[in-house]
Design a protein around this ligand. Sequence first.
Ligand code: CA
Length: 243
Amino acid sequence: MKYSSILLLSLLMLAQAVLASTVEHRLGGTAERGEPPLACGDLSYDDGTAEDAIFFGGGDAGRPNHFLGIRFELADFGILPGSAEITGFCVSNSLAFSGGPWPNEVFVFRDLDGVPDLDNPQRRATMLTGDGTGFFETDFDQPWRLDEPVFWLLVRGDPIHDGEDFNVETDQSSEPSGRSWLTDRGIPFMIQTEQNLMLRANIRAVEAAAEPVPFLHRGLTLLLILVMLVVACIGHARRFSSS
Ligand SMILES: [Ca+2]
């Protein structure tokens, strides 16, 4: 193995170790179970029951380089790009924690070479979770058409929630889907989580637009009508002259 490869591998292992030390799990005596299973959402990678929750040590919901969420692949659900639009989301809220609920900002992003296009959020809305009162569900102001095979749904730090806590529940009883990601230092330090984050997308089918009548067809139709009128006039004139 080349020196540069060893260095890169070492840096990645160090990054994961540092991140693992800062990302904490919230279960352990303080949580009470609410209303499982999660009975909302159209696209999901979780089994509907939360075993745990993740946060970043507390008070980091105002920091944009802290985010966690899911990379949805439409092919996983047999959906063709352009045939559906995301209308909103739903998120698990079955575990109650002291101090909750907390407002967190949820964003929809395009995929840009395998990572979220953070500079161009497509949709956003605020969620409120952490008190275990049942799932939270909301619609975006406008739906967003899913024209590409992948999109991201992320809970991301935003200055409007400065000082608030992150709180995203996790399914740890089913196999990791490989679609859940998190970071506390931006895109270069994103890692896949073993837990399936319990954030779900709500979608609906896009109705096919009516086929516009081509201009050429309209022209031919008008020409045909004109010819029929001329023929009718000529026939009428002949009958009139012969009578
Ligand atoms: Ca579970």
